[in-house]
Write a protein that binds this ligand. Structure first.
Ligand code: ATP
Length: 256
């Protein structure tokens, strides 16, 4: 069953006083318990699509179905309820944490908002830190006192706090070096093996071999190819997928 379905999503932004179409009738879905890789060159519309899926940006047209409900027009409390089940993680984890708050405070913030007691928050934070491979004493550190990879793990812990059904990961490994990238994709994959559903956005098609079950390739606001990760990374049909694969292989060779 599809957990998230996007149908005929259309979006334009104003540029120099004129509307420029950045998403052109995009239809894509992700099955429950699976990971969809969304890949494309910079500027092709990946982040805009992710933000529309999580209702952070309004679409001009189309329909969004999440967990069997039409959430396209939801507002207020209805939308807050959706956010409990759908979490987004971004490229720069440091900037998503309050620099003046300990990581433990930020990770448990969604729980506190739901009225969970301080004692239970502490216990759940320790459990979440262990789940993402961090020692529990990371709760007592500030965002600037941890590495980029550790901070991204903490951001994943915070996203997991309310047991969401869907994680949307927008270029979450782009700011990390290759070894740490692999650790983070392995962590996301382990969450999927435990039942999580995920949309993993990247410009690195080769990275999707580690994490995604299926791939949708975007080019200039359209999905130009979709299929299983194995098929697309071994026999890409579109020129967009071929170019992304060549770029990823070149980068890999360059990094040794
Ligand atoms: N709020 C906005 N206002 C105006 N234009 C925008 C806005 N957000 C995105 N765009 C434009 O929409 C297009 C798609 O941007 P988007 O960030 O979705 O691409 P992307 O594929 O995620 O790129 P990247 O990989 O570089 O993050 C770009 O041309 C971008 O400049």
């Amino acid at each position: 069953m599809a957990l998230l379905e996007l149908h005929d999503i259309v979006k334009s932004f104003q540029k120099d006083g004129k509307p420029v179409r950045v998403l052109d009738n995009v239809t894509v879905s992700v099955e429950e318990g699976k990971c969809l890789g969304l890949v494309g060159q910079s500027g092709c519309g990946k982040s805009t699509l992710a933000r529309i899926a999580s209702r952070l940006t309004e679409a001009d047209g189309g329909k969004i179905l999440f967990d069997g409900s039409d959430i396209t027009e939801l507002k207020g409390n209805g939308l807050r309820h959706v956010y409990d089940g759908l979490q987004m993680i971004f490229q720069q984890p440091e900037s998503s944490f309050n620099p003046r708050r300990l990581l433990g405070w930020s990770i448990s913030e969604p729980l506190r908002r739901h009225g969970v007691s301080e004692g239970d928050c502490r216990e759940r934070t320790a459990q979440l830190l262990r789940e993402v491979g961090l020692d529990t004493d990371y709760a007592e550190r500030y965002p600037h006192e941890v590495s980029g990879g550790e901070c991204q793990r903490a951001a994943i812990a915070r996203a997991l706090a309310l047991n969401p059904k869907l994680l949307i990961c927008d270029e979450i490994t782009s700011a990390l070096d290759v070894t740490i990238q692999r650790e983070i994709t392995a962590l996301i994959r382990s969450l999927i093996e435990k039942g999580m559903t995920c949309i993993f956005i990247t410009h690195d098609l080769a990275l999707l071999n580690d994490v995604a079950d299926s791939v949708a390739v975007m080019e200039k606001g359209k999905i130009v190819e979709a299929g299983s990760t194995v098929d697309i990374t071994s026999h890409p049909k579109s020129s967009a997928a071929r170019e992304l694969l060549e770029a990823a292989l070149f980068e890999e060779g360059f990094e040794g």
